[in-house]
Design a protein around this ligand. Structure first.
Ligand code: WQD
Length: 340
């Protein structure tokens, strides 16, 4: 019988891509989401891509302990992937309690239920836990640094909650995946990123500028100590990122873990500057982008990229899609949205 994976926050950008890859790898999936930061567009897209019109969907808030327990009681959940969280860095600074309340309580409820039911836990963490690294690329053993936002702090605390729980409770096991910068969209253009309001992240801002929804892209800072003065990041294709989750789930469910709590960097290992990314977007899509240099954005680190060799070796996973494919998919998705 196929193993069952619960995807909390499964109607969002990363959750929907992960759901597709899990189904295509033969898992049964239950998607759960409170729809507070998305609509049904991506869930409908997932059903189309996979041909699974009957894909189970539960509308629920993971902060409600009784609903979480009921879900775990009603289904045999072999693994849970937890995405349900608020993710806007700036908003978390303005409303920290909203972030601590939501992101920590929801994960605590998931951990409690997983502990009782013996479900494996995959937590979606972030490269933000490394702060401004002294040595590049960062490995999983690079030191974590004090978070610069409540959002980043919730990622660190949730990692600690998972680590401590695995240590304390027999039978509980979990993996934290530290994502670098997830970008792009599914090649079908049926699912992708749907930011509400003005996008904070670079690639949605680029595609919205290219389509004419935004007048001009501001490149935040061109005086960083990097080769071209703009910040460097490790941009990871969303489909590649989603596949890493399938590898991590099978590692947990097929008894392949070396420790009961493991951490993996999910990135390409290749740095790209903002300017390089903007130029690649223009070239591959044949569009001209209106941009200007603007002051640095507060809280940005100068440069960060992954050493993904542990994930390459242990998960048998590797980023495969080129930045050109990824940026073409992001543009196809934006155009699809515009034609709707
Ligand atoms: C990338 C680069 C900006 C917008 C954040 C979170 C992280 C993760 C992903 C998500 C930076 C520059 C951006 C713009 C620009 N979490 N930029 N003009 O900050 O690396 O990571 O998103 O949920 O935890 O911290 O990603 O896409 O915002 O920025 O010049 O309009 O693009 O300065 O150098 P970031 P980003």
């Amino acid at each position: 019988m196929a193993k069952c994976v619960l995807v909390s926050g499964g109607a969002g950008f990363i959750g929907s891509h992960v759901t597709v890859e899990l189904i295509q790898a033969g898992y049964d999936v239950i998607v759960a989401d409170d729809m507070s930061n998305c609509d049904l567009t991506c869930f409908e897209g997932v059903k189309k891509i996979t041909g699974r019109e009957d894909l189970p969907f539960v509308k629920m808030n993971f902060c409600e302990e009784e609903s979480v327990n009921a879900l775990f009681n009603d289904h045999q959940i072999d693994a849970v992937i937890h995405f349900a969280a608020f993710k806007a860095v700036g908003e978390s600074v303005a409303e920290p309690l909203k972030y601590y309340g939501n992101n920590l309580v929801s994960f605590m409820n998931v951990l409690q239920a997983a502990r009782i039911k013996g479900s494996a836990v995959l937590f979606s963490s972030s490269a933000t836990v490394y702060g401004e690294p002294d040595i590049l690329p960062v490995t999983e053993r690079s030191p974590r640094q004090s978070a610069t936002s409540p959002y980043g702090n919730t990622k660190q605390i949730c990692e600690d909650m998972l680590r401590d729980s695995v240590k304390a409770y027999d039978g509980l096991r979990g993996i934290a995946l530290r994502y670098f910068n997830p970008i792009g969209a599914h090649p079908s253009a049926l699912i992708g990123e749907l930011p509400r309001g003005v996008p904070n992240n670079l690639v949605p801002f680029i595609t919205q500028t290219a389509i004419g929804k935004r007048e001009c892209l501001s490149i935040f800072g061109n005086d960083y100590p990097t080769p071209d003065g703009t910040c460097q990041r490790d941009y990871i294709d969303i489909v590649d990122l989603a596949k890493a989750h399938v590898c991590a789930v099978s590692r947990m469910l097929d008894g392949k873990m070396k420790e009961d709590y493991e951490i993996f960097n999910i990135g390409t290992g290749k740095p790209l500057s903002v300017l390089e990314l903007v130029n690649a977007f223009q070239k591959v899509n044949g569009v001209r982008l209106n941009y200007r240099f603007a002051p640095r954005r507060s809280g940005d680190v100068t440069a960060i990229w992954a050493d993904p060799s542990l994930a390459n070796r242990e998960l048998g996973w590797k980023a495969e899609r080129s930045i050109e494919e990824t940026l073409a998919a992001a543009w196809a998705w934006e155009q699809k949205l515009a034609n709707k």
